[in-house]
Ligand binder design. Structure first.
Ligand code: IVH
Length: 676
């Protein structure tokens, strides 16, 4: 193979790999800028060497190749195109000159074109099809021609109505995003649960929409903004501005940012404005989009294989900064997971000073090919968690050192293990002080037993003095008052406070206690669910694996983890000791079922329910004193809506006093009422 062919092949392979990670694993291995550059390089090389342009070259594809997916494949009526990118005002100026030249040449028009400037939402694009006003199908972009049917998941997104405000046929396209506020919340929970955090809201949104449990989608609270309809001229719309208004009038959400602009100077000014203002939005944007406003010219301008010539994206500069990687340290967490941490020369990233960044696991170091001494790019994932993006290999001096995975625990020196099929290194010594410390800190944390005055330093001190060896010893501390008072900065008063708070923690709800035990995979939400389902710890301990997995919301992974946790004698010993200290291991008053919570309230269920048969839900309603109605009328208080609900839902929407609720909301009502 000659040099050129080799280079082309190499680039094709490289970009394909990046695509695969991006579309199948929701992971970006390179920054957008770098990706675009590689693709551009490949395009240029292929242009003069058509013989090497293989049929599946990344230059011919839009998006994923759709292998190994579990959703039904659907062909788009019209291809879902991507946008070409620009990075500066010169690029935009060229776009405008090019566009206007080709219009004026062909049409010989007098009037100048106008443009609409929108934000570029950083999520995943979706095409949503309504027939006679009813949502019938939602499809991801996929490779642009064929996407995946994610209708059921999209039905869980509140901002995508199941019915439009008018009974028309419509195919609308937009971007599914995870609001930043929700993203931060989810990542916080994932951190607490010892799960890997999502690198950015886009990955989180795409991971959520492309997974099989619609309930998880509902819980994550995705959002969607629309910016395009198929065949706008058929609706009598002549400008893109009108399209945006039309979309909104029909009940679909738009960003409300669609500014009509005529000159490049104005575009430049407004882009600069939005670059500053974008942080005030509750969704991530990675740039702006400029679209020709007059739809009649879209056809004349046409498309390339990948993108329309009537629009262009402007990408905001990435917030990456470079610094030196001084060293790698290895941190041992409460579950024994050993995580590499990048020790960096201090640098400012998006407004704060950073000198450490997570690297997740050793495989990530290998994949990114990072060496000690490298200059590396750092960015903050979702503005909070500093991450190492990649090394700048061009700046290597030859002095850089290979990073070697540790064989023994950096804290207790016992041999590390790697579970089959997992990438994490683990310290399996249950007495490892780093693990013990992590477990205690987790146990006393605010979401756990919420014991006051028990910060990291104090835990360290107690461990050092041998006052505690595991979580159960916390309840024995009151017998060491004198020793406690002798600790530096711990007067009589603070000892009193700690001891009182420890005693008080014995009253915590069963669900909090379950959370505090630190069962792998079990965070706040699942601890609540397990508490509710098991009622007491003995029942939970004795549950078979299958029984656990049968609980709605508990998958195989969690089921196995809970089952294994209680097959470990040490854990049972801890539970028994805590029981002896009087910790609350059963549902208390919150479990008492109040009988007539639905007294005088009327209900009707419609559509396909997931958790109940029609008779079961009727029984449930009656059990709590409610009354079942057979039709929608003003007498109805609650309409419980399942999948594919039709005329009853429509009718109920016209009666403002009827509350329309999902099955989950119904569960929640029963639960809340019983908790009060
Ligand atoms: S227009 C033919 N408008 O960016 C119309 N796309 O990088 C093409 N995107 O595939 C799309 N915000 O997923 C359009 N205001 C916006 C957008 C937007 C985000 C996404 C969309 C597109 C990708 C291209």
């Amino acid at each position: 193979m000659n040099k050129k062919a080799e280079k082309i092949r190499e680039l094709q392979e490289k970009i394909k790999k990046y695509n695969e990670y991006y579309y199948s694993k929701n992971e970006s291995l390179v920054s957008d800028v770098e990706y675009d550059k590689l693709l551009k390089d490949l395009e240029l090389l292929e242009a003069g060497n058509e013989q090497y342009k293989i049929f599946d070259s990344p230059t011919l594809q839009v998006g994923s190749s759709l292998s190994n997916t579990k959703f039904k494949k659907i062909q788009h009526k019209k291809p879902m195109l991507s946008l070409s990118n620009s990075y500066n005002v010169t690029d935009i100026d060229n776009f405008i000159k090019r566009t206007e030249k080709s219009i004026y040449k062909e049409m010989n028009i007098e009037n100048k074109l106008s443009y609409i400037l929108e934000v570029k939402l950083d999520g995943l694009s979706i095409s949503v099809i309504y027939k006679k006003g009813k949502l019938v199908q939602a499809v991801t972009r996929g490779d642009g021609k064929i996407g995946e049917d994610v209708t059921e998941n999209v039905m869980q997104i509140k901002s995508i109505p199941h019915f439009l405000d008018e009974d028309i046929d419509l195919e609308a396209r937009g971007e599914v995003v995870l609001p930043l506020s929700k993203f931060i919340k989810i990542n916080k929970e994932r951190l607490e649960n010892g799960e890997e955090v999502f690198a950015n809201p886009r990955n989180a949104a795409s991971g959520t929409l492309r997974q099989l449990d619609a309930k998880v989608v509902k819980k994550r609270e995705l959002d969607c903004y629309f910016y395009f309809i198929v065949e706008p001229l058929e609706y009598g719309l002549t400008t893109h501005k009108e399209v945006l208004e039309f979309i909104k009038n029909k009940g679909l959400k738009t960003t409300d940012i669609g500014e009509k602009i005529s000159t490049v100077e104005e575009l430049d000014e407004r882009i600069k404005y939005w670059e500053k203002e974008k942080n005030k939005l509750d969704y991530e944007t990675d740039g702006m989009v400029i679209k020709v406003n007059e739809i009649q010219y879209w056809n004349t301008l046409g498309n390339t294989t990948k993108s329309p010539r009537w629009a262009i994206a402007y990408k905001f500069p990435a917030k990456q900064v470079s610094t030196k990687l001084l060293d790698i340290t290895w941190q041992v967490g409460r579950t024994g997971k050993v995580t590499p941490v990048a020790e960096l020369e201090e640098v400012e990233v998006s407004g704060s000073r950073v000198k450490r960044a997570s690297l997740h696991n050793f495989d990530e170091i290998l994949r990114k090919d990072i060496k000690i001494g490298d200059r590396v790019f750092i960015e903050k994932a979702a503005e909070i968690i500093p991450q190492v993006v990649k090394p700048i290999k061009e700046m290597r001096t030859g002095e850089e050192k290979e990073i070697i995975a540790p064989e023994e625990c950096p804290v207790c020196h016992s041999k590390l293990e790697k579970e089959e099929g997992f990438v994490d290194l683990k310290c399996t010594n249950k007495n490892c002080s780093a693990q013990v410390q992590g477990k205690i800190e987790y146990f006393v944390s605010r979401d756990g037993m919420n014991i006051m005055g028990f910060g990291q330093k104090i835990v360290e001190k107690f461990l050092e003095l041998g006052l505690i060896k595991d979580i159960t010893d916390i309840y024995n501390l009151k017998n060491y008052r004198e020793k406690l008072e002798q600790i530096e900065k711990m007067g009589e008063k603070s000892v009193d406070n700690i001891i009182n708070s420890i005693e008080e923690s014995k009253k915590r709800d069963y669900s909090k206690v379950l959370y505090s035990l630190g069962i792998p995979e079990v965070g706040k939400f699942l601890a609540n669910l397990l508490a509710e389902k098991s009622k007491n710890i003995d029942k939970l301990i004795n549950m078979e694996k299958e029984e656990l997995i049968e609980i709605d919301g508990i998958g195989e992974k969690v089921g196995n983890s809970v089952y294994n946790f209680f097959r470990n004698e040490d854990n049972i010993l801890v539970v028994n000791k805590l029981k002896d200290y009087g910790i609350n291991f059963s549902l208390g008053k919150e479990s008492k079922i109040e009988k007539n919570i639905f007294e005088n309230k009327t209900f009707l269920a419609t559509g396909k329910l997931e958790h109940f048969t029609r008779n079961e839900i009727k029984e449930e309603i009656e059990k709590f004193g409610g009354k079942n109605l057979s039709g929608v009328s003003k007498k109805l208080d609650f309409l419980i809506v399942g999948n594919d609900a039709g005329s009853k839902l429509k009718k109920a929407r016209e009666i403002p006093t009827i509350k329309i609720i999902s099955e989950e909301e119904f569960f929640q009502m029963v639960k809340n009422k019983n908790e009060n």
